[in-house]
Design a protein around this ligand. Structure first.
Ligand code: NAP
Length: 214
């Protein structure tokens, strides 16, 4: 797949690196320094390059949106026409100091994003795990017992594509339903953040949904 990274920080930098190492063609974009984007692309040791958001979007099958909520309009404006694209978002609708969700209950960041990009197919995924765990999960992808990763969206094809990427990173994808379910997923992410950053065991943590017979 051709994957454009919109926001090449903690999440975008690591997920882009993993996607490239998993065999995808990745374009890193949107950081404050082009040198950083070039270094990220070089360090993947795989098929990756640096570009502008517009270059990342051109010809992309999937765009990973990984920016602070306050930067969403800016990066979307720079990316240009996203008609027909799959937008995989891990971005959370957080306030400026990252202490609270600014959208919730009756909507979600993912739904607001879908309203901003009505011709694209938005899937919410990867926001429920801290960036610190991503390389470890990728490194353990041959293990039988994979951690879960919930995702949601309204377009079935887009969800299948994203589920494949979730598997590539080393998670077991759990389809949580339509995009409105992001209203539940986004607050859950804050719980994961609490456990990761305020708990005793360090931030490299993931979760597993277990089902039992009745
Ligand atoms: N970090 C996590 O563990 C985590 C987990 C779940 C969800 N999330 C969500 O994922 C999203 C991304 O988080 P993150 O931690 O990856 O953020 P981050 O490390 O701050 O990355 C954001 C990216 O946007 C770039 N950027 C910011 N302002 C810019 C500007 N004015 N011009 C150009 N580029 C600019 C940054 O550039 P620089 O590289 O130059 O800083 C960086 O590459 C957020 O919505 C967050 O809530 C994060």
């Amino acid at each position: 797949m051709r994957i454009g990274i919109l926001g090449s920080g903690l999440m975008g930098g690591k997920l882009g690196t993993i996607f490239a190492r998993a065999g995808h063609d990745v374009v890193f974009s949107y950081a404050r320094s082009v040198k950083k984007l070039e270094r990220l692309a070089r360090d993947t040791g795989a098929e990756a390059r640096a570009g502008t958001p517009r270059e990342a979007a051109e010809g992309a099958d999937v765009l990973l949106l990984a920016v602070h909520w306050s930067r969403v309009d800016d990066v979307l404006g720079k990316a240009g026409d996203l008609s027909g694209k799959i937008i995989l978002t891990c971005s959370l609708p957080m306030n400026a100091d990252d202490t609270a969700l600014v959208v919730g209950h009756t909507s979600s960041g993912a739904e607001e994003l879908a309203r901003k990009t009505p011709r694209a197919h938005v899937v919410s995924a990867f926001g429920t795990v801290p960036s610190e765990v991503l390389f470890s999960v990728f490194g353990s992808r041959e293990d039988e017992r994979r951690p879960s990763l919930v995702y949601c969206g309204d377009d079935e094809h887009a969800k299948e594509v994203v589920a494949e990427l979730i598997r590539d990173v080393g998670f077991d994808p759990v389809d949580a339903g339509p995009l409105t379910i992001a209203r539940y997923i986004e607050p859950f992410t804050l719980l994961m953040g609490q456990l990761a950053y305020e708990g005793d065991g360090g931030p490299a943590l993931a979760y597993r949904i277990e089902r039992f017979a009745d």
